[in-house]
Write a protein that binds this ligand. Structure first.
Ligand code: NAP
Ligand code: ZN
Length: 353
């Protein structure tokens, strides 16, 4: 066991503050990574504030962060795919049973025994729960460590590990290709990656935003059209016309106004995870045989496929790099939709703590 520097919150009402946490000495299958950048996902905010208490109650202290990029410091004796000095990345998953039908199908995110990067029971018993990437190092089983294409900006690569895979996976699963009309609701960390991928897959992309000030950016990021979702007339113009809509909105909203934009057999997939249940109008699905689904990050193989796709197409997140000392302010700004489009923490800033 060794000590790592980190930022943690002591309760749902506490700010994140500097601390030291235990990390396990790498076992034979582990990779120890010095963290260079960690993105700030809205899920970090939901978890720190215990907003998902009915599904995933937060155990305190919590060290959030699951958009991790760094360099390998050392590896266990049985590790074959990484060596010290390699770039490496870790997303939302650090463990699964490896044997269940989901794991066999490369869908580790649905394994009944999967371990999340933070706030999951720690199978190694180094601490009560796993601690995430707001830290200077992390130790992770080789299977859950991803290779990073060498041509990408590292601060902008970190968010690919959650915002990237969470949008890439459902767009692929629902067959988004050239000729499809695709909507992305909410232009935040996930949304802006959804726009980049949908455009790269050849679709006609429409962004729905509550922030008129983001319209110009949306077009620059790859959207063909932008709709201000609070404008009912603008929404109505698109009624019944979408093949697929990806809903990345983080708080309560009317999903029926988006369902009504789908054409026959169209699908809306929720990746945004608001705290309270969303009201569903049955006729928004019944008329047009529409469907509503959800999607959860992606498996490890698909996450690697996404990173390789990003390397080949030079895709990274648009980031504002901050020192960790600004993390609490960044949370407040994210809640005001005031981030273009992901905060990425430069972990070198932890050295002064
Ligand atoms: P984010 O950067 O804060 O983006 C969310 C966006 O939603 C905002 O930028 C805003 O976009 C829009 N929005 C916020 N409040 C709204 C409201 N009341 N009505 C309409 N639009 C609103 O958050 P994120 O990191 O992209 O995460 C988005 C959600 O996905 C979170 O709930 C997060 O926990 C969840 N998530 C799920 C998964 C998964 O596997 N399913 C993975 C990661 C994250 P505009 O300014 O454009 O309106
Ligand atoms: Zn996330």
């Amino acid at each position: 066991m060794f000590k790592a520097k980190a930022y943690s919150a002591a309760s749902a009402a506490s700010p994140l503050a500097s601390t030291q946490i235990p990390r396990r000495t790498p076992t034979e299958h582990d990779v120890q990574i010095n963290i260079l950048f960690c993105g700030i996902c809205h899920s970090d905010v939901h978890s720190v504030r215990n907003e998902w208490s009915s599904v995933m109650p937060t155990v305190y202290p919590i060290v959030p962060g699951h958009e991790i990029v760094g360099r390998v410091a050392q590896v266990g004796s049985a590790v074959t795919t990484f060596k010290p000095g390699d770039l490496a990345a870790v997303g939302c998953l650090v463990g699964s049973d490896g044997t269940c039908p989901h794991c066999q199908a490369h869908l580790e995110q649905f394994c009944p025994d999967m371990t999340l990067t933070f706030n999951s029971p720690d199978k190694h018993k180094t601490a009560p729960v796993t601690y995430g990437g707001y830290s200077d190092s992390i130790v992770v089983d080789e299977h859950f460590v991803l290779r990073v294409p060498g041509n990408l900006d590292l601060a902008g690569t970190a968010p690919l590990l959650c915002a990237g895979i969470t949008t890439y996976s459902p767009l692929r699963h629902h067959g988004v290709t050239a000729g499809k009309k695709v909507g992305v609701a909410g232009l935040g960390g996930l949304g802006h990656m959804g726009v980049k991928f949908a455009r790269a897959f050849g679709a006609h992309v429409v962004v729905f935003t509550t922030s008129p000030g983001k319209a110009e950016d949306a077009l620059r990021l790859g959207a063909h059209e932008v709709v201000v979702s609070r404008n009912a007339d603008e929404m109505k113009r698109h009624a019944g016309s979408f093949d697929f809509i990806l809903d990345t909105i983080s708080s309560e909203h009317d999903i029926n106004q988006y369902l009504n934009l789908l054409h026959t057999d169209g699908n809306l997939t929720l990746v945004g995870a608001p705290t309270k249940p969303l009201a569903l109008a049955a006729f928004a699905l019944i008329f047009g045989r529409r469907s509503l689904s959800g999607s959860c990050i992606g498996g490890i193989a698909e996450t690697q496929e996404m990173l390789d796709f990003c390397g080949a197409h030079s895709i990274t997140a648009d980031v504002e790099v901050i020192p960790i000392q600004k993390v609490n302010e960044a949370y407040e700004r994210m809640l005001r939709s005031d981030v273009r489009y992901r905060f990425s923490i430069d972990m070198a800033s932890l050295k002064s703590e």
